[in-house]
Write a protein that binds this ligand. Structure first.
Ligand code: SF4
Length: 148
């Protein structure tokens, strides 16, 4: 048996009641940002929210997840697709990577098609920087619709 990849997931507090349905399904199916783990075993070692703007829990939970062995922390897709997307996402990624030496990935499950449609109308993701930010979770149309 190969090594087990240990991951943590931090969700946007707007979705604090979420039980992780889409994230866990995508992790199980190796879809969205979990495609990179195809053929690998994955273990979830932490799942929590940022604690609300401006993300007071990022520091604590990052430390806790890394102590639990997390090699990768995923900032959940909700941070990218919320209205508006999280304004602190770049800071969270920089901080977690520099402070704890952990890899940070933007996104978890594929973007639901309805969010792509709405953000396309709003022009939210028109700036070129969004292409790389959304790369892990854009998926194909059928997959996006399956996550609506
Ligand atoms: S927008 Fe960002 S800081 Fe605010 S609750 Fe969501 S993830 Fe946390």
């Amino acid at each position: 048996m190969g090594d087990v990849k240990k991951i943590g997931i931090i969700i946007c507090d707007r979705y604090r009641r979420c039980a992780g349905g889409k994230c866990l399904r995508a992790m199980q199916n190796r879809e969205g940002a979990f495609t990179q783990y195809a053929g690998e075993e994955v273990e979830l070692v932490g799942y929590t929210t940022c604690e609300g703007c401006p993300g007071g829990n990022i520091e604590y939970t990052g430390e806790e997840m890394v102590k639990n062995g997390a090699q990768v922390i995923h900032l959940a897709t909700g941070l990218l697709v919320g209205y508006p997307p999280c304004p602190y996402i770049d800071t969270f990624k920089d901080f977690l990577e520099k402070r704890y030496g952990v890899q940070v990935v933007l996104g978890t499950h594929p973007i639901p098609e309805k969010y792509l449609e709405m953000h396309s109308q709003l022009g939210t993701w028109d700036e070129p920087e969004w292409e790389s930010k959304l790369a892990e979770v854009m998926a194909d149309e059928d997959t996006r619709k399956a996550y609506n």
